[in-house]
Design a protein around this ligand. Structure first.
Ligand code: HEM
Length: 392
């Protein structure tokens, strides 16, 4: 068999990566791309093992493949996502002390109000763009509510967050607009933090600032990095989940029937969407010592990609993995990671999606997507739509 070629930056991979993943898995558990100088783990078992072994598979240069993001300063942008213990444990613990299940659960009513405020004006519209008019708005609004970002500032933050993940065809790195967006976000939060010091509100940022006053909280630079992480991690991923779920249901009429007839299936539909077509397709790790994995020797300092999108389609764990089946057992999916870096926002993302779809279904049970007008994002690891027109 000819060795498959996997280039995470190629536009085709964002159209449909799954046949490529299948070829990679069949060719072997470890894929080597010498031109781009990375190794990739293709099977569920190995991706899971890597997630759990932070000593060997380090996050300290971040989780992105982009050369300019892979530095020892990655934590400036990605906070504790780009740290190993003990520093990771300290910052995550401080943030988790305020980002509690109670604080998340308390957001449900607010999420519902926000959802209704976006969906109600669309009821008699005839049609709209799922991303621009709904799925792109809700996650940023929710994360902003959580942090305590004023409503007036959310649109510009969302534009910057979109620019952070956008990649230009042929540019194998963060484009200059993305770098500028990062600077803008940091400077925005510098001003906001100064403002919140003087006028605290109910949000997570004020709570974290309060901790600082006690002398055992985050330093200002650390807090700004947490803001950046939350805005990037909590926004794009959830937007993509919402639109991917609507897309896959419309592609699978029998599954659509299931949700249409029984709204208690909404949570299972969300889980299967996360498994089947996750917004986060892969995460990078730095190999800390020379290691043999199957028949490859990966040197210390080697860049290893954990192919979450491939692991979630591994037949060894998910029978008929290429079928979208709401009734299946998804408990082994790796869409929120595993181990120490397990997504801090997983329960928030699930809550948002459940509420969003409970309200969606009451209004648009007969939605029809206009796929000829849909567009996908061009990003290196985020998969989903940038435009998804619908008729209602
Ligand atoms: C569908 C939505 C989401 C997906 C698919 C997703 C996926 C992930 C994954 C795979 C990781 C692990 C990264 C790694 O191991 O290197 C992660 C970490 C993280 N996510 Fe999410 N996420 C989502 C939503 C959110 C939301 C809404 C928040 C909001 C607060 C959030 C905050 C975080 C944070 C703070 C981390 C870092 C955890 C750590 O390093 O300890 N995520 N996410």
């Amino acid at each position: 068999m000819q060795s498959p070629n996997y280039d995470p930056y190629a536009y085709e991979i964002h159209e449909d990566p799954y046949p490529v993943y299948r070829d990679l898995r069949e060719a072997g558990p470890v894929y080597r791309n010498a031109d781009l100088d990375f190794w990739a783990l293709t099977r569920h078992q190995d991706v899971l093992a890597a997630f759990k072994n932070w000593n060997l598979y380090s996050n300290r240069e971040g989780v992105s493949i982009d050369p300019s993001s892979r530095t020892s300063a990655a934590e400036v942008g990605m906070s504790f996502l780009a740290m190993d213990p003990p520093r990771h444990s300290r910052v995550r613990r401080l943030v988790s002390r305020e980002f509690t299940p109670r604080r998340v659960a308390a957001l449900e009513d607010r999420i519902r109000t926000l959802t209704k405020s976006y969906l109600d004006p669309l009821v008699s519209s005839g049609g709209f763009d799922v991303i621009a008019d709904f799925a792109g708005l809700l996650p940023m609004a929710v994360i902003s509510e959580l942090l305590g970002v004023p409503e007036a500032d959310r649109a510009v933050l969302r534009t910057w967050a979109d620019l952070l993940v956008h990649r230009e065809e042929g540019v194998r790195d963060v484009p200059s607009e993305g770098k500028q967006a990062f600077v803008n976000i940091r400077s925005y939060f510098t001003d906001l933090v100064a403002d919140l010091r003087a006028h605290p509100n109910e949000g997570l940022l004020s709570a974290l600032l309060e901790m600082e006053r006690d002398g055992n909280g985050l330093e200002e630079g650390e807090l700004l990095s947490v803001c950046n992480l939350m805005i990037t991690a909590g926004n794009e991923t959830t937007t993509k989940l919402l639109a991917n779920a609507l897309y896959w249901l419309s592609e699978n009429p029998s599954q659509r029937e299931v949700v249409h007839n029984d709204s208690s299936q909404i949570e299972a539909w969300i889980e299967e969407t996360l498994r089947y077509d996750n917004s986060t397709q892969m995460l990078a790790r730095l190999m800390t010592e020379e290691t043999r994995i199957h028949d490859h020797v990966i040197p210390a300092g080697g860049l290893v990609l954990l192919l979450v999108g491939s692991a979630n389609r591994d037949e060894a764990v998910f029978p008929n993995a290429d079928q979208y089946q709401i009734s299946r057992d998804t408990s082994q999916m790796l869409s929120f990671g595993k181990g120490m870096h397990f997504c801090l926002g997983a329960s928030l993302a699930r809550l948002e999606a459940r509420v969003a779809f409970e309200e969606w279904w009451k209004r648009f049970p007969n939605y029809e997507l206009e796929m000829e007008l849909a567009e996908r994002v061009h990003s290196v690891n985020v998969r989903g739509f940038s435009r998804l027109p619908v008729r209602v």
